[in-house]
Design a protein. Structure first.
Length: 267
């Protein structure tokens, strides 16, 4: 009975007590590329699987549904800024928004007030007399609110909007003015921006998280999140319509949004 020849690598495997697995044929690279074209595996991953498990196992993987619902291979989502903006917007539009409730609102940092705005989104305010006695005067622009907070505070606002537990020690160390600013940013993100441009909350959370970097200046916030500027919602709409291009900072902020596993969370 004729024996099968083995490469030095296969001989080493056999001596180590491993079952011998045949090497790829000379045309394996082309074959891997063709087979991988129908599924999730890259050609490199396909060849690796063939080396370790053989062609039969590889073909079985290729033929099995990759989407988790029996519908066939899952489509890999592009992760560039424009694609992520488009998906976030589409998901938010599909979910829809309830009619705004005007009056008192509440955040983990304290209260805020939801007022009827001139455009699509409500206008968020707070006051010293009843809500934050002892706080300093505080404006309502993004620039004023972001600059009122320390670098470690803005990521907490993003975490609060995601429904995550907050660092109680860090929360307790915030001044009354800082809690007021954080509450207003929370209210703007939850009550206003999502109505101005569905999906904006996700982009705003990303921009707030960036502010946690001590070397990321507060003044960069409106570059990361263009809706902080005048007519910012129209900017995002123009981008989706192909009328404008994303700036480098706005694109990077969208690409840095929470991973795809988090994308089904409320914006």
């Amino acid at each position: 009975m004729r024996g099968h020849g083995r490469s030095p690598e296969s001989e080493a495997d056999a001596r180590a007590g491993h079952d011998h697995r045949p090497l790829l044929r000379p045309d394996a690279a082309d074959r891997a590329a063709r087979l991988a074209a129908g599924g999730q595996l890259t050609p490199d991953a396909a060849m690796s699987l063939q080396r370790t498990a053989g062609n039969a196992a590889f073909v079985a993987v290729q033929r099995s549904p990759q989407g988790g619902n029996g519908a066939g291979p899952a489509e890999e989502k592009p992760m560039d800024g424009l694609s992520r903006l488009r998906r976030a917007n589409a998901r938010a539009v599909k979910r829809g928004q309830p009619a705004p409730t005007y009056g008192p609102g509440q955040s983990p940092f304290g209260p805020y007030t939801v007022n009827k705005g001139r455009g699509a989104g409500p206008y968020i305010t707070s006051n010293k007399k009843d809500q934050y006695p002892g706080s300093e005067n505080l404006g309502t622009t993004y620039n004023e609110l972001v600059q009122a907070l320390d670098a470690e505070h803005e990521p907490m606002v993003a975490a609060a909007a995601r429904g995550e537990a907050l660092d109680e020690e860090l929360l307790a160390g915030m001044s009354v003015t800082q809690k007021r600013a954080a509450a207003m940013l929370y209210g703007i993100m939850r009550e206003s921006e999502e109505r101005r441009f569905p999906g904006a909350g996700k982009a705003m959370r990303s921009a707030l998280t960036k502010q946690g970097d001590a070397y990321h200046e507060a003044e960069e916030f409106d570059e990361d999140f263009p809706m902080a500027k005048e007519k910012g919602a129209q900017y995002y709409r123009n981008v989706l319509d192909g009328k404008q291009q994303l700036s480098d900072k706005a694109r990077k902020n969208l690409e840095d949004m929470s991973s795809s596993s988090d994308e089904e969370r409320p914006s």
